[in-house]
Design a protein around this ligand. Structure first.
Ligand code: AMP
Ligand code: MN
Ligand code: MN
Length: 313
C-alpha cells in the first residue's frame, strides 16, 4: 500500500498519513510513505517522518490511500511521475475539504471534520485497528494543527473526544503544541515580520494583503516553509473581511493563502485560480509573475467583498 500526503505538507496531511502508516504497518501491511517533499523541520518530531519522500519502490502496489487533498494534482511529483500507477491501482481519498472533487476510486469526505486526522482516528477505531502511541502522536498533531490549536469553528465535541482519546493513548499534547505552534526559528520570525510590515489595506478597508518575494526570503535567510503560520496571525486583524498572502515560491509560481475574518467564503476566489480549501482558509497557486498574480487575484477578492473596484498595486 502507498499512503500519500499533499505537496508542501502541513501537520494534517503528514499527521494523518503517518498515523495511517503506523496503523497499517501495525496490522502487518507493507506501506510506502509518499510525498512530493521530504518532512519540513517542524514536523521532524513525528515518528516515522524519516521515510517520507517522492520516490516509490518498484513493486505491485495494491492500494493508494491519499490524505487531505481535494484534487489529485495536490500530490505534485508523486502523481506526475506515477500517473500510470494512479490509473491502475485503486485509490481511497480521505479528506475534509468542501472543494473535494471526488477524484479517487473511493472517496471518504467529511466536510464537518476539523482535520483529516480526526477522520483517520475514527476510521481506525471503528474498524478495530489498534492505535499505538506513535499513531496517536501523528493523529493528534494533525488535529491540533488543522484546528488552529482547537480554536476554529470546525472543532466539535467529536474533535475533542478524538483528541482526548489520543492523549489517553499517550500522545504528548504539550510537546506537539511546542513543536508545531510555539517553537520558531530565528529566520521565520524575521520573515513573518517582513510579511507583516508589507501589509496593505484596500481603500475601503474591506480586504488586506501582503507579499513575500524570493528576495525577502533571501534577505532574511528564510526558507519558503518558514512562512507557514504567518497568515493565520493576519486573520486576527480587526476590520477587513479577508486577507491574502502572496508567497513567491519560484519564478512565475505564486502561492496564495486566503483567510476570512467573517463568513466570507475564501474558496470562491481560490477555486477561480484552480485552488481550493475551506470557507475560512483556502489557497491556490498562480503561475504568473508576482505583480500580475497580485492584480488578478485582488480583482476577484474585491468582487467577493463588494469593493467598488480593485486597488491598483
Ligand atoms: P494554506 O493557506 O496553505 O495554509 O492553505 C489553506 C487551505 O487551503 C488548506 O486547507 C489547503 O489544503 C488549501 N490549499 C492551499 N493551497 C491550495 C492549492 N494550491 N490547491 C488546493 N487547495 C489548497
Ligand atoms: Mn492540508
Ligand atoms: Mn486538513
Amino acid at each position: 500500500m502507498i499512503v500519500c500526503a499533499h505537496v508542501n505538507p502541513d501537520g494534517d496531511t503528514l499527521g494523518s498519513m503517518l498515523g495511517m502508516y503506523h496503523i497499517l504497518t501495525g496490522a502487518g501491511k507493507q506501506v510506502e510513505r509518499a510525498c512530493n517533499n521530504t518532512t519540513p523541520p517542524q514536523f521532524e518530531f513525528l515518528p516515522g517522518h524519516e521515510g517520507v519522500g517522492p520516490n516509490l519502490a518498484e513493486r505491485e502496489w495494491d492500494l493508494i490511500i491519499c490524505h487531505d487533498a481535494s484534487d489529485i494534482k495536490r500530490f505534485g511529483s508523486v502523481y506526475e511521475d506515477h500517473k500510470d500507477l494512479f490509473e491502475r491501482v485503486p485509490s481511497i481519498c480521505i479528506d475534509h475539504h468542501v472543494t473535494n472533487s471526488g477524484w479517487a476510486t473511493c472517496n471518504v469526505i467529511d466536510t464537518t471534520a476539523a482535520a483529516t486526522a480526526e477522520m483517520v482516528y475514527y476510521f481506525a477505531r471503528d474498524l478495530g485497528f489498534p492505535i499505538g502511541v506513535e499513531a496517536a502522536t501523528c493523529l493528534l498533531t494533525g488535529i491540533f494543527t488543522d484546528s488552529g490549536s482547537f480554536q476554529f469553528q470546525a472543532v466539535s465535541p467529536r474533535t475533542l473526544r478524538a483528541a482526548a482519546d489520543l492523549v489517553e493513548i499517550g500522545a504528548p499534547l504539550p510537546r506537539i503544541a511546542h513543536e508545531t505552534w510555539r517553537k520558531k526559528t530565528f529566520a521565520s520570525v524575521r520573515i513573518w515580520g517582513a510579511a507583516f510590515s508589507d501589509l496593505k489595506l484596500s481603500d475601503d478597508g474591506r480586504y488586506c494583503w501582503s507579499t513575500v518575494t524570493q528576495e525577502m526570503l533571501r534577505d532574511n535567510a528564510a526558507s519558503f516553509n518558514e512562512l507557514e503560520g504567518a497568515v493565520s496571525h493576519m486573520s486576527g486583524i480587526d476590520g477587513p473581511r479577508i486577507v491574502a498572502l502572496f508567497k513567491e515560491a519560484g519564478r512565475d509560481e505564486i502561492d496564495v493563502s486566503f483567510r476570512s475574518m467573517d463568513d466570507t467564503d475564501c474558496t470562491v476566489v481560490a477555486t477561480k485560480f484552480g485552488g481550493g480549501g475551506h470557507k475560512k482558509a483556502a489557497g491556490c497557486t498562480v503561475r504568473k509573475p508576482l505583480s500580475y498574480a497580485v492584480t488578478d487575484v485582488l480583482a476577484e477578492v474585491a468582487k467577493l467583498v463588494g469593493s467598488a473596484e480593485a486597488v491598483a498595486v
